[in-house]
Each structure stands twice: as structure tokens, then as C-alpha cells.
Write a protein that binds this ligand. Structure first.
Ligand code: ADP
Length: 171
């Protein structure tokens, strides 16, 4: 078993040890999944984020989950798609690896990801799915933890793309 699940839903409702936020470098909130997480977690999340002093693209920071069912929120900053020649794949892979490293450090067994960079940041879905799934599979093969990685897809197209790519790489 790969320990990877792909579901449709709202990441803020996930009862997992950590959810991952597709944040921006300020870590002070934004639109998309970032806005949804801040709304659900409540104002204490913004307060905690202010103390972090931002986060460079490709890296990750961890906070408490506040009002969310998840214990932790891992904030990672995906690359803005600029055509693919500006290091976007390396940055996106680094987001997944950095997030999983933090999750393991805190003993998280279950981690939920959104489709990092696939909304406002414009990363092409199929390219993102191939890279994201391959990177997480490598991490799980190498470390064996966390036990479960679940992608929680808000939109149908991202869900379908991830399921297709996962199916074609395991068949
Ligand atoms: P980015 O700026 O990294 O592209 P976005 O938040 O704009 O981040 O989009 C990333 C993905 O998160 C998109 O596929 C978007 O549909 C999805 N998304 C938005 N809200 C939620 C949510 N509540 N739960 C899970 N995914 C969400």
C-alpha cells in the first residue's frame, strides 16, 4: 500500500494530524485555500503567523491548528507558474518534501495536502499531479512516515487529474 489517498472535499474539515496550507511568502493570509484555512482556524492563527516572519518559496513553517480539527497547520509557499523554466518543479517538489519533514518531526501520522500552486499560482494540473505524486511516493518509500498522505481536492478537475495520474503510475 502506498499510503496515498485522493478525495474531494474541504481541507479545513479534515480530521488529520496536520493539514498543509498553500500560503504566500508573507504567511499573513490570502485567497483560495489560504483564506479558507484562516477563516476556519480563527484569528489566533494570524497572530501565530505574524511571529514567523514569512517563508520563502519552496520552504514550510508549522503552526498549531487552533479551531481546526487538525492539530497542526503546515504552511508552504508554492511557486508561481512562469512557464516552467524558473525552477518551478524544484520549488514545488521542495514544498512537499519540506512539509513532510516538518510533519515527521512532530510525529504526525496523517497529513492532508491541497493541490499546491494549482489555483491562483497557475501551475498546470497534469504537470503538478505527476510531480507531486512522484515526490510524495519517494518520500514515503524513503521514510515510511507519515502513514497516510491524503490529497483533498476542492475542484473536480484537480481531483480527476490526480486520480488519473495516480492510476497510470501504479498500473
Ligand atoms: P495557490 O496560490 O498555491 O495556487 P490556491 O489556494 O489558489 O493556491 O489553490 C490551490 C488549490 O486549492 C486549488 O486547486 C483550489 O481549488 C484548492 N482549494 C481552494 N479552497 C480549498 C479548500 N477549502 N480545501 C481544499 N482545497 C482548496
Amino acid at each position: 500500500m502506498s499510503g496515498i489517498e485522493i478525495v474531494r472535499g474541504d481541507i479545513t474539515a479534515q480530521e488529520v494530524d496536520a493539514i498543509v496550507n498553500a500560503a504566500n511568502e508573507s504567511l499573513l493570509g490570502g485567497g483560495g485555500v489560504d483564506g479558507a484555512i484562516h477563516r476556519s482556524a480563527g484569528p489566533d492563527l494570524l497572530e501565530e503567523c505574524r511571529g514567523l516572519g514569512g517563508c520563502p518559496t519552496g520552504q514550510a513553517r508549522i503552526t498549531h491548528g487552533h479551531r481546526l480539527p487538525a492539530k497542526y497547520i503546515i504552511h508552504t509557499v508554492g511557486p508561481i507558474w512562469r512557464g516552467g523554466g524558473a525552477g518551478e518543479p524544484e520549488f514545488l517538489a521542495s514544498c512537499y518534501r519540506s512539509s513532510l519533514t516538518l510533519a515527521r518531526d512532530r510525529g504526525c501520522e496523517t497529513v492532508a495536502f491541497p493541490a499546491i500552486s494549482c489555483g491562483a499560482y497557475g501551475y498546470p494540473l497534469r504537470k503538478a499531479a505527476e510531480l507531486s505524486l512522484a515526490t510524495v511516493r519517494e518520500e514515503l518509500d524513503e521514510h515510511g512516515l507519515p502513514a497516510l498522505v491524503r490529497w483533498v481536492m476542492f475542484d473536480e478537475e484537480a481531483y480527476r487529474t490526480w486520480v488519473e495520474v495516480q492510476a497510470s503510475s501504479t498500473s
